[in-house]
Design a protein around this ligand. Structure first.
Ligand SMILES: C[C@@H](N)C(=O)N[C@H](C)C(=O)O
Length: 183
């Protein structure tokens, strides 16, 4: 069933989700524009799970900000060429994670859209990004809010990057490519 699932623009499911695709700008670890779209799409089942996490957070006064969603294999190659460390940047592979649209890079915001303090910046490729890295009480509260909403909605957090959440059903999805500009 899931391998037939197409893509959905996450903001059509929940317009309160903030989308700030860093790789569409130079504000990312490569300092290059990696792709030519600003629309966040994911496999429909994965996007629906994100909408559930967002709804749960909204009732508590928070919003999600998505830094990356579906990422074409060509974009992954550009990222990997700059930082070829598979513990932080996956090698190009159409059957993996962002590259088949089953993963989000995201963080937690207040209702006004201000990012809340986390243990590190996005794409800080150091031990600070690890889920086991010690957090201050404020960082821990924010981390737990985000983590509980995402895991209860059906995601699994990647151990090395606190911002990376993968659909727990990701192995059921076959590779599929799309142009987010069509959504
Ligand atoms: C590059 C970083 N944001 C990321 O997404 N890392 C994981 C491991 C990936 O490349 O899939």
């Amino acid at each position: 069933m899931h391998d037939q699932t197409g893509f959905t623009n996450i903001q059509t499911l929940d317009p309160s989700i903030i989308v700030d695709l860093r790789y569409a700008t130079t504000h990312n670890f490569t300092h290059q524009v990696i792709y030519d779209f600003t629309t966040a799409i994911a496999r429909t089942g994965t996007a629906e799970k994100l909408a559930r996490a967002s709804a749960a957070l909204r009732t508590q006064g928070y919003r999600l900000k998505v830094w990356d969603a579906y990422r074409p294999v060509t974009a992954q190659k550009r990222l990997f060429d700059v930082y070829p460390d598979p513990s932080f940047v996956a090698p190009p592979n159409p059957n993996f994670s962002h590259q088949k649209g089953v993963t989000f890079d995201l963080t937690l915001c207040d209702q006004a859209g201000r990012e809340l303090e986390m243990q590190s910046a996005f794409d800080d490729f150091s031990e600070r990004a690890h889920r086991t890295f010690p957090r201050t009480p404020t960082q821990e509260a924010h981390y737990q809010l985000l983590d509980q909403a995402m895991t209860q909605a059906g995601f699994v957090g990647y151990d090395n990057e606190w911002w990376d959440y993968r659909d727990a059903d990701m192995d059921a999805y076959q590779p599929l490519a799309a142009d987010p500009n069509d959504f």
